[in-house]
Design a protein around this ligand. Structure first.
Ligand code: PXP
Length: 253
């Protein structure tokens, strides 16, 4: 089966948050992604609410709940405490019941997530959280680097899937490091599959580096936000310009 595409809508929310109001509308963009063939929608709410807000998660959950074939994936740091009206990742997930919750060891002062879990340190704290989410019927994925010992620990701690952090793969594009890093991902995915873990991947994937990465064995889902949003500006721009032109032409005549 082909690898599923889950579109990360954080950047749409980031643009929305730069002004008052609800423009662009995150839910409307989710609908366009779905109509265009995306199999899933991903959001990464953070305590600082710099992009996706708790209400976005609730509204997307409402949109996606009746769409049984669609995957709703909420990712975030399960250790980040509630702040203001951000209730914390687990509470938000329990309320909105996504298909998948991807646990990520990021923090507020990071621009974006930039490493996987070190399960030699955090497995004990994660285990009850994983059980709690699974008890609500939510599949749990852990954001991981392609390190064999860590992948084994992901299985031991009870995860259903791992999401391989592809930032270093993307950064190595066009360098001699690429084959080494690709091989690490290939072997990590093979190991995960052998252990019975599903394999997702994400971060900095784009139209150039995705074709090679898509050959990683057993890859179930990629979540892509940043590059896809930038591509949308370029590839969708002609149509947008035409729409503005049409309005202005009609107004003159
Ligand atoms: N996976 C995780 C855990 C992330 O934090 C992000 C960024 O929010 C992505 C995937 C998607 O990365 P990008 O926006 O670079 O496609």
């Amino acid at each position: 089966m082909a690898t599923a595409l889950s579109v990360n809508l954080n950047k749409i929310a980031l643009i929305r948050n730069s002004r008052e109001g609800n423009y662009p509308d995150v839910v409307e963009h989710a609908k366009v992604c779905i109509a265009s063939g995306a199999e899933g929608i991903t959001v990464h709410p953070r305590p600082d609410q710099r992009h996706i807000r708790p209400d976005d998660v609730r509204q997307l959950a409402k949109l996606l709940a009746p769409m049984k074939a669609l995957e709703f994936n909420i990712e975030g740091n399960p250790f980040a405490p509630r702040r203001g009206n951000y209730p914390g990742l687990l509470v938000l997930a329990e309320e909105t019941r996504p298909d998948q919750c991807t646990l990520v060891p990021d923090s507020d002062n990071q621009l974006t997530s930039d490493h996987g879990f070190d399960l030699t340190r955090s497995a004990e704290q994660l285990a009850p959280m994983i059980t709690r989410l699974q008890a609500q019927g939510i599949r749990v994925s852990l954001f991981m680097d392609p390190i064999p010992e860590q992948i084994r620990l992901a299985k031991e701690v009870g995860a259903d899937r791992i999401e391989l952090y592809t930032g270093p793969y993307a950064a190595a594009w066009g360098t001699q490091e690429l084959e080494t890093i690709y091989r690490q991902h290939f072997l990590a995915a093979e190991l995960a599959t052998e252990l019975g873990l599903g394999v997702n991947a994400g971060h900095d994937l784009n139209l150039i580096n995705l074709p090679k990465y898509a050959s990683v064995p057993g890859l179930l889902e990629v979540s892509i936000g940043h590059a896809l949003t930038v591509d949308a500006i370029a590839l969708g721009l002609a149509n947008a310009v035409q729409a503005y032109k049409n309005i202005l032409t009609e107004a003159v005549s």
